[in-house]
Structure formats: structure tokens, C-alpha cells
Ligand binder design. Structure first.
Ligand code: ADP
Length: 164
């Protein structure tokens, strides 16, 4: 057996374009499980985003300003390299569908062979949020639909602030 883990640090990586109520629910449920959760936005220069990096960070920070154990960060390159740079021992992901499972399984096994000390942890999506994705939310934004059911208050406030 390896020595016991003293501090449980988890990275929750994603693009969060934007951070949805599904993401929020995962974090809310994960807070009691970890000493620290770093919500980390991966920067992919090839990808086009609806919201800038700063906006996406602001939205997430608005949601967790009262929660000391939740912080945000950005990174480029491999997620496991970022995990190692912040001494994280857990990589947290959410699973909505069989499709998510298949994808996550491949990535987790790949990560395990690259960084065996980092454990991937999966949380099953709450049933009421399984249809919610950032892609769907971006469609609703483009078509000016009601965003309230899909976004946490902190993100809605952040978006309202942008329009002022
Ligand atoms: P990525 O582009 O890396 O999939 P996302 O920002 O789309 O990043 O999602 C980050 C994580 O949140 C992923 O593990 C994803 O499966 C999970 N996730 C996304 N939407 C939901 C949801 N509605 N409920 C639970 N988990 C979710």
C-alpha cells in the first residue's frame, strides 16, 4: 500500500463555455468529499469559444465566492500535467450518458498509464440535469431563449452584468 493521502485535492477540468447548472451540481455534491476543488479551464487555441476565458472564469468565481475550498485556474497542455503542477491527486468528471462513459473511460485509462498516482473520480449526473450541456445552452443563448433553468445564479448574474 502507498502512504495515505493527507490532503484531497481534485481538479474539475472542462471548457465551461458556459458553466451550467449541471456543472454546478457536480461541484456542490463534491465539496464535502475534497479538501480543495480546482475548477480548471483548459485552453485550446484551436477552439472557438462563445465566452472569453475571463468571462468564463468570472461566471464560475461568481458561483463560489463564498466557498473557500473551491478555486479556479486555467491551463494549457495535458490535464494530468496540470494536476501534477497543483499537487492534485484526483481528477473529477461528470457522467451524463453512455457516450460520456465511453469517452471518459478511454481518457481515464490513458491518464492512469501516464500518471498512476492520479485517480479519476466520476460523479453520475443528477437525472434532472442529464439533458443539459454547454452546447445546448449556447444554442439557447443564440436563439434568445430563457436561460434560467440551465444556469446557476452566479452565471446568470455575470451575464446580466455584461449587458449593462
Ligand atoms: P469538456 O469539453 O472537457 O467535456 P465540459 O465543460 O463540457 O468540458 O464539461 C466538463 C465536465 O462536466 C465533464 O466531465 C462533463 O461530462 C461534465 N458535465 C457537463 N455537463 C454536465 C451535466 N449536465 N451534469 C453533470 N456533469 C456534466
Amino acid at each position: 500500500m502507498t502512504s495515505p493521502i493527507t490532503s484531497r485535492i481534485a481538479v474539475f477540468p472542462g471548457s465551461f463555455d458556459p458553466f451550467t447548472i449541471g456543472h454546478f451540481d457536480i461541484i456542490e455534491r463534491a465539496v464535502p468529499l475534497f479538501d480543495q476543488i480546482i475548477i480548471a479551464i483548459g485552453i485550446n487555441s484551436q477552439k472557438k469559444y462563445l465566452y472569453s476565458l475571463e468571462q468564463r472564469l468570472d461566471f464560475i468565481n461568481n458561483c463560489f465566492s463564498q466557498v473557500d475550498s473551491v478555486t479556479t485556474a486555467t491551463y494549457t497542455g495535458l490535464t494530468i500535467n496540470f494536476c501534477q503542477s497543483v499537487n492534485a491527486n484526483f481528477l473529477l468528471r461528470g457522467i451524463r450518458t453512455v457516450g460520456d462513459f465511453e469517452y471518459e473511460k478511454t481518457i481515464a485509462q490513458l491518464n492512469k498509464s501516464l500518471a498512476p498516482q492520479i485517480e479519476s473520480i466520476f460523479m453520475m449526473c443528477a437525472p434532472q440535469y442529464s439533458h443539459i450541456s454547454s452546447t445546448i445552452v449556447r444554442e439557447i443563448i443564440k436563439n434568445e431563449g430563457d436561460l434560467k433553468p440551465f444556469l446557476p445564479d452566479g452565471v446568470l448574474k455575470g451575464m446580466e452584468g455584461m449587458q449593462e
